[in-house]
Design a protein. Structure first.
Length: 216
């Protein structure tokens, strides 16, 4: 049995999730809050700039045929898609021009595209405050980068970090936005991690799906 599923077990994953589940907006430094605001604005700009790219048009053509009930906004397109499909479109928009923010401190990771694409969709599922949104963004960032630092050879091993670590970051951020407790956030992280292991190009829509499942 996976030790993360045992409520009395102490694991590295659960220790990290306990820290993130217990984080509050007031715990963020003034510098962290400022960078979070900059990160959100920067990513929205990148997504809007990429919204007219032919890659996005092709992707939307597929998603409009396969998407579920319109529930989340596609940026720059006057369109809504299903809760799992809009993040895929928006995440691709944010990254398609490759100008989205890049974490370089030991982990090369485009964190904002997967995290914010997931958060914007979940924020339309139920109202959240600006503080809740920013805190979720920060905790997702923390989870993605810290996970990457535990596996310094990850990229050289052939894995796409924004697909794997970005999905973990998106999963934790979404779990935080849904106010999951430590055990549920750990289960959420484990589900996303396991999916990443089997699919190194894991799309962020799967991260959103795992978060929603963990919240039930």
């Amino acid at each position: 049995m996976d030790q993360n599923l045992k409520t009395d077990a102490v694991t590295l994953t659960k220790t990290l999730c306990a820290h993130l589940a217990g984080a509050r907006f007031g715990d963020l430094s003034a510098a962290a809050k400022r960078e979070a605001r900059r990160g959100v604005l920067d990513w929205i700009g990148c997504a809007l700039a990429g919204s007219g790219h032919r890659t996005i048009t092709t992707l939307l053509g597929v998603l409009q045929e396969t998407s579920g009930k319109p529930a989340a906004t596609v940026l720059g397109r006057n369109l809504k898609l299903g809760l799992l499909d809009a993040p895929l479109a928006n995440g691709q928009m944010g990254h398609v021009l490759d100008y989205d923010d890049t974490h370089m401190g030991g982990v090369v990771l485009h964190t904002s595209s997967p995290v914010l694409a997931a958060l914007f969709a979940l924020a339309e599922r139920a109202p959240v405050s600006g503080e809740q949104f920013m805190l979720a963004y920060a905790t997702g960032f923390e989870a993605g980068v810290r996970s990457g630092r535990t596996a310094p050879g990850h990229h050289k091993g052939g894995w796409h970090l924004t697909g794997t670590l970005g999905s973990i970051a998106a999963g934790v951020a979404g779990g935080k936005l849904l106010d999951l407790d430590t055990q549920r956030l750990t289960a959420d992280t484990r589900k996303v991690r396991d999916f990443c292991i089997t699919n190194p190009q894991v799309p962020i829509m799967q991260a959103v799906e795992k978060v929603i499942a963990s919240a039930k």
